[in-house]
Design a protein around this ligand. Structure first.
Ligand code: TYD
Length: 204
């Protein structure tokens, strides 16, 4: 199936809310319908993404908040140039696990202005067609993360509470909040419906 344009669909929310599961399920579903789709995630595996993964694994050490913020932004710049923009140009559906809303929330929680982060990112990063913002209490999402046994240094309860408060305050018409407490199939069905409507609306 040929789309009339590319679509950028973003999954956001704190760790353990189910972003990667739903990104995968939606990707498989769209591919099964013959819709050209590409799945991406940030931080990437690129140069800046690797530096970021270092601090996720070993802690922030002497990396300053300013440096941390710039690494996420540099990583995104690279992702936009190398992956996101080309895929949109090829009229694919791009499913993106985290984007600049994460920077606004996570680095905003370090003291930067979330609004300024969004503004700076939107100067180079395409605005999404839809953001599925997953809501689940930090307590429940941390339980899921604990179950995976791979907790990163960003997954401390008090930090995630702050991150969650910033996510909760976002007020942007592209954001659709999704409670990921119900069973995976149910949540997937809602997301799938929303995406088919989004694509069909434009096709009309
Ligand atoms: P995550 O999606 O958990 O990656 P993975 O599952 O591959 O380990 O993202 C890693 C962490 O990075 C997560 O705790 C959120 C954080 N993060 C930021 O702080 N700012 C950002 O801009 C992004 C994209 C992620």
């Amino acid at each position: 199936m040929q789309l009339d344009r590319g679509y950028l669909i973003v999954f956001e929310g704190i760790d353990g809310t189910g972003k990667s599961t739903h990104c995968r399920l939606l990707g498989d579903f769209l591919a099964s319908r013959g819709i050209p789709v590409v799945r991406l995630y940030e931080p990437t595996r690129g140069f800046w993404g690797q530096k970021i993964r270092g601090i996720l694994k070993d802690g922030r050490g002497d990396v300053t908040p300013e440096e941390e913020l710039s690494w996420f932004v540099n990583d995104r710049r690279e992702d936009v140039e190398q992956n996101i923009a080309p895929a949109l140009k090829e009229k694919r559906v791009v499913l993106l696990d985290r984007y600049y809303y994460s920077t606004a929330a996570y680095q905003g929680a370090l003291g930067f202005s979330p609004e300024a982060i969004v503004r700076d990112n939107e100067a180079f990063a395409p605005r999404p067609d839809r953001v599925f913002l997953f809501t689940l209490s930090p307590e429940k999402s941390l339980k899921r993360v604990d179950g995976r046994g791979e907790k990163s240094s960003f997954e401390r309860a008090d930090y995630l509470e702050k991150v969650q408060r910033i996510f909760a305050a976002f007020d942007d018409p592209v954001i659709q909040r999704v409670n990921t407490e119900p069973p995976v199939d149910e949540v997937h069905a809602r997301i799938r419906q929303a995406v088919l409507e989004l694509i069909a609306q434009d096709a009309l």
